[in-house]
Design a protein around this ligand. Structure first.
Ligand code: C5P
Length: 427
């Protein structure tokens, strides 16, 4: 069973409040202790009795209401005094999750308002704050909401990207849904997991762009030239960057893995689509982690229909070079951006060859793995890499891709630290 967490759940007004009930059910079934605070508006959608029954604890709405459990989480001893509920609940929580967070609640959190128990507890909380917005797609896209979200993220709050899909109001489609309860619980557990190593890197406030997976280049309407990349390394990098507080976008080329609700995804198939998606997002990014296996060659022409095999003994498919996307981005980079490439190399001379690549592609770091080995790299759960920078070399022994991802981000954080020289003389 997962390590027990004390989860304070703030429910604000919105039709998605029903999913908060399922989150509570899953969280308590996983052994976590949950307390719920609700905004008055949320009670129009789900009543306190439902949350109280599932958590086995009183639900609070009013700041001035006495908490019969005295701020304790289920399973914990109650103090012998009567503490202030918004302070005590926040102080005892391992994480404060606000799901669903309405546009109004997101705005209040950004402004630092404390006009109800949910918002007061958010100001008082020193634990990680996880906000899962859910609203109409136009409200989500509104610059006011987007500015509020950016402000919260810059302060280190984890704001989940609402998935795109059918919305509550009839016929509405777009971004604004609450992530599924299982994905919310995964985000809660990820945010409260002890770090793999001593926390040496911090990416709070940075925008990290990751490419993941492998491109597919069409031969005809149903066939393609592809590669064996699963996207595991790229997704592990994205999760590790989100753990460290970054706002993460993944350009995912044909990746069938589960999605992280903290990450925004752009799905692509071909190198050309990956190039367009990167060009659109690169200007905004502080860090680029180019982990995708991009095809070096693609069919020079692809057939609109399906290739016929009748009468053919041999088939010639002419391939043409694809542009090197990373080199193209490096050519237009700003000096404050950090660019990391990945190199799959074979055996002897791999490091020397990769070091050459580091220089001629104009990168800050290159992560080298030896594809001659079957137990690491492509489509494997583990990896073993060497991270090269202009000034150094870090070898990461065979470990989970999550561990390797963390090591890569430690190097990135180190590269972004101002050097003593750049920071000027100490006074
Ligand atoms: O030169 P090589 O293909 O080994 O370089 C690998 C790095 O370059 C990876 O980071 C990969 O994502 C990137 N790449 C690219 N465009 C290509 C081929 C590779 O951006 N067409």
């Amino acid at each position: 069973m997962a390590r027990r967490r004390r989860i304070l759940l703030g429910v604000s007004g919105g039709i998605a409040a029903y999913k908060a009930l399922e989150l509570v059910r899953l969280a308590t079934a996983a052994g976590h202790a949950v307390r719920v605070v609700q905004t008055p508006a949320s009670q129009r959608f789900i009543g306190a009795a439902s949350f109280a029954a599932l958590t086995g604890a009183p639900v609070l709405v009013d700041e001035f209401e006495r908490d019969p459990a005295r701020g304790a989480f289920p399973g914990d001893p109650q103090p012998d005094h009567d503490p202030l509920s918004h302070l005590e609940l926040a102080a005892n929580a391992d994480i404060y999750v606000i799901a669903p967070a309405s546009a109004n609640t997101v705005a209040k959190l950004a402004a630092g308002l404390a006009d109800n128990l949910l918002t007061s507890a958010a100001l008082a909380a020193t634990c990680p704050l996880l906000v899962a917005p859910a609203m109409n797609n136009h409200m989500w896209a509104h610059p006011a909401t987007q500015d509020n979200v950016a402000l919260l993220r810059a302060r280190g709050v984890t704001v989940l990207e609402p998935p795109t899909g059918r919305l509550a109001s009839t016929g509405e489609q777009g971004a604004g849904r609450l992530p599924e309860p299982r994905a919310l619980l995964e985000a809660v557990e990820a945010l409260t997991r002890p770090p793999l190593a001593a926390p040496s890197a911090d990416l709070v406030g940075l925008r990290v762009l990751v490419t993941a997976g492998g491109t597919r280049e069409p031969i005809d309407a149903v066939r393609f030239v592809g590669n064996r990349s699963s996207g595991r390394m790229g997704f592990a990098l994205a999760a590790a960057a989100a753990d460290l507080g970054a706002a993460v976008t993944v350009v995912a080329a044909n990746v069938a893995l589960p999605r992280d609700p903290r990450v925004a995804y752009v799905d692509v198939e071909t190198a050309a689509e990956l190039q367009d998606a990167c060009a659109a997002a690169f200007g905004e990014a502080d860090v680029l982690l180019m982990a995708a296996a991009v095809a070096d060659f693609r069919p020079a022409a692809s057939l609109a229909g399906k290739l016929k095999k009748a009468g053919e003994e041999r088939l010639r498919v002419e391939l043409e070079r694809t542009p090197d996307i990373l080199t193209g981005l490096a050519a237009v980079r700003r000096p404050d951006q950090t660019l990391v490439g990945f190199a799959a190399e074979h055996g002897d001379g791999a490091l020397a060859y990769a070091r050459e690549k580091l220089a001629h592609k104009g990168l800050d770091a290159i992560v080298v793995n030896d594809v001659a080995r079957a137990d690491i790299g492509f489509d494997a759960v583990h990896n073993e890499v060497t991270i090269l920078t202009a000034g150094g070399e870090t070898h990461v022994a065979r470990a989970s891709k999550a561990h390797v991802a963390r090591a890569v981000l430690d190097v990135v954080a180190g590269l972004r630290e101002p050097t003593a020289e750049a920071a000027g003389p100490a006074s």
